[in-house]
Write a protein that binds this ligand. Structure first.
Ligand code: NAP
Length: 311
């Protein structure tokens, strides 16, 4: 069998993925017809997908064995009622590596007070030695592919790390809490809070005024997860009141963040334009090729999305 693999993603991506995907399919021994035009929809076996206006209705793909998402976050796809075939999300070593670098860098920036150092270069000799990481507790909400990797990297630097997930996790060196019952303790423990939750009906608006109030005074919020995890107005109120120290936000309810948004230019907010990490074609192509190999061999797909939970 030579499966037909439709690459259905914004145009600019095909040039980046064509060679890695072709190579990765060869490596797993699958000979496929691959491209943005894989023949009539009823002949397509797999859809490599990133949301774009060109493909929203999956109904004509009657033979497709799976939709393989290029992105880790699937909130724009998971509710699509025409997508009835298995949906796999992206778990990519390169994406994870980039996220670990971004989160570690942002945590160290705030922990070491690097902003303060950079803004005090006028000849005044003021010594503020930062505490050791071992005295700076960090909380990571979300202990999945990205959150767990970041938690481990921070723990390896000696930060005491508390993690929070929906179901119970056991990660050596991390204090793992879960469920509604563990949230208040997780929020109360971290001087630096990292949000790496997916956007689902349960996590939408999770960080509202009441939960922000549980963070320690002066806490720093890092959000490389999804914008709607936070109630923007509540966050701004907490920052304006001086209750929270800073928010470094990589993701927003509306992207690009509108120029008039109060986050821009706010003295306690750093706007990062959704660059914390991204799927890396070389490593991601191997994940997609492996799932196509599995589909052809009748083996279970990796990284399937749980539709009921929304991630
Ligand atoms: P993942 O492997 O699916 O992990 C999700 C984690 O969140 C799991 O630990 C899960 O708990 C937890 N969770 C989900 N719903 C929860 C709830 N209601 N209460 C408590 N915990 C809950 O996802 P991932 O690959 O780590 O990615 C996380 C998110 O990062 C993505 O969904 C995406 O939004 C974002 N992202 C951002 C960028 C960027 O550049 N800014 C890039 C890639 C991804 P369980 O462990 O119990 O399942």
């Amino acid at each position: 069998m030579t499966p037909n693999v439709l690459f259905a993603a914004p145009d600019r991506l095909w040039a980046r993925y064509q060679a890695p995907l072709t190579r990765a399919l060869e490596e797993v021994g699958v000979s496929a017809r691959l491209g943005p035009d894989a023949g009539p929809p009823e002949d397509v076996d797999y859809i490599v997908y990133a949301p774009h206006p060109g493909l929203q209705d999956f109904t004509p793909f009657t033979r497709a064995k799976a939709v393989l998402s290029l992105w880790a976050g699937v909130e724009k796809i998971v509710g699509n009622r025409t997508l009835t075939m298995p949906l796999a999300r992206m778990v990519d070593a390169g994406l994870t590596e980039g996220m670990v670098e971004w989160v570690t860098g942002q945590v160290l920036r705030h922990h070491l007070g690097l902003d303060h150092v950079l803004s005090h270069q006028s000849g005044e000799w003021v010594q503020n030695v930062p505490p050791l990481a071992r005295w700076r507790p960090v909380t990571v909400l979300g202990l999945g592919a990205l959150g767990a990797a970041c938690a481990r990297a921070l723990a390896a630097l000696n930060f005491p790390v508390t993690g929070w997930s929906r179901t119970a996790r056991d990660i050596p060196g991390i204090r793992c809490l879960h469920g509604e019952g563990g949230l208040a303790e997780a929020l109360g423990s971290g001087q630096i809070l990292v949000l790496l939750l997916p956007l689902t009906p349960e996590t939408d608006g999770l960080l509202d005024a009441a939960r922000l109030a549980l963070l320690p005074d002066g806490a720093v919020v890092l959000n490389p997860g999804r914008g709607p995890l936070i109630d923007d107005a509540a966050l701004l109120a907490a920052l304006d009141a001086g209750r929270l120290g800073h928010a470094t936000l990589d993701v927003f309810r509306t992207e690009p963040l509108p120029p008039s948004h109060p986050f821009w230019g706010h003295p306690r907010v750093t706007v990062s334009p959704h660059v914390a990490s991204e799927t890396r074609p070389e490593s991601a192509a191997r994940v997609i090729a492996e799932n196509i190999r599995r589909g052809e061999a009748g083996e279970p797909f990796l990284h399937l999305v749980d539709r009921a939970n929304g991630y």
